[in-house]
Design a binder for this molecule. Structure first.
Ligand SMILES: C[S@@+](CC[C@H](N)C(=O)[O-])C[C@H]1O[C@@H](n2cnc3c(N)ncnc32)[C@H](O)[C@@H]1O
Length: 237
């Protein structure tokens, strides 16, 4: 997974002491700091020990503990699924199996198979991505749409800002199209006034909306999670 997302589990030596990384020739200071943070992150170590593909697994576990997201037999869509921590947690919680897969995940990165999860390697921005997801859902609507997607940053603030908003709006539009009445939408958003319009739109379609920042989400990161619960439905089909 891309280094900048900070979620993948990198290789680390098994040491309890704080690991310091020397700036190697050719490695930028930012990369060295990222590597050092990764090596010293307790969630990275925990994920490795407990068999999760990403430290992000602990964010959804925490959100589930607080807001009871998962129920057995639900149908779920996981947007931006790689490397797979959220899908792993979801599959275990709802009892999804390869014989009866209840989860469809999408990412433009290649992923190893996760039992109980149908994975599409595709850019969610592609025009045909929603249709591909709907087809993979095999005629079922979703009870829960998760999005941990983050648009890759370009370094150009205004461009990054627009791309972040567009992606989460696209995810929200998709959720509104595919959710069952009563369903839930969870999406990563970034603090800083990015989602006023989005929030207004979600309030029209869901009974409750709230923001939550799990402990596993780094305090120095602007990311937070938006939960919209109690989808009101799309009226008669
Ligand atoms: C923070 S990671 C997700 C971690 C995941 N929840 C887990 O537990 O392993 C964000 C993912 O979103 C994906 N992503 C970002 N933009 C995307 C897009 N337009 N289409 C598909 N995937 C996208 C990235 O490739 C990345 O793998």
């Amino acid at each position: 997974m891309a280094k900048g997302t900070g979620e993948g589990i990198g290789r680390r030596t098994d040491r309890d002491l704080k690991v310091r990384v020397k700036t190697a020739k050719g490695r930028k200071v930012g990369s060295t700091l990222w590597l050092q943070r990764q090596l010293n992150d307790p969630y990275v170590a925990k994920a490795r020990a407990e068999g999760y593909r990403s430290r992000a697994a602990y964010k959804i576990l925490e959100l589930d503990e607080r807001y009871k997201l998962f129920k057995r037999g639900q149908h779920i869509v996981d947007l931006g699924a790689a490397p797979g921590g959220w899908s792993q947690v979801a599959a275990a919680r709802i009892g999804s199996t390869d014989e009866n897969p209840l989860i469809v995940g999408i990412d433009y990165l290649e992923m190893d198979h996760i039992p109980g999860v149908i994975l599409l390697q595709k850019d969610f921005n592609d025009e045909d991505a929603p249709a591909a997801l709907v087809a993979a859902m095999g005629g079922h609507k979703a009870d829960l749409v998760l999005s941990d997607m983050a648009a890759p940053t370009t370094g150009h603030r205004a461009t990054d800002h627009i791309r972040i908003i567009q992606l989460v709006e696209l995810a929200a539009d998709f959720a509104i199209r595919v959710l069952n009445p009563g369903g839930t939408f969870v999406a990563k958003v970034f603090q800083g006034g990015t989602e006023h319009e989005l929030l207004g739109m979600l309030k029209q379609h869901f009974n409750t909306t709230l923001h939550a920042k799990p402990k596993a989400s780094r305090a120095d990161s602007a990311e937070t999670y938006l939960l919209a619960r109690g989808f009101k439905g799309n009226g008669p089909e």
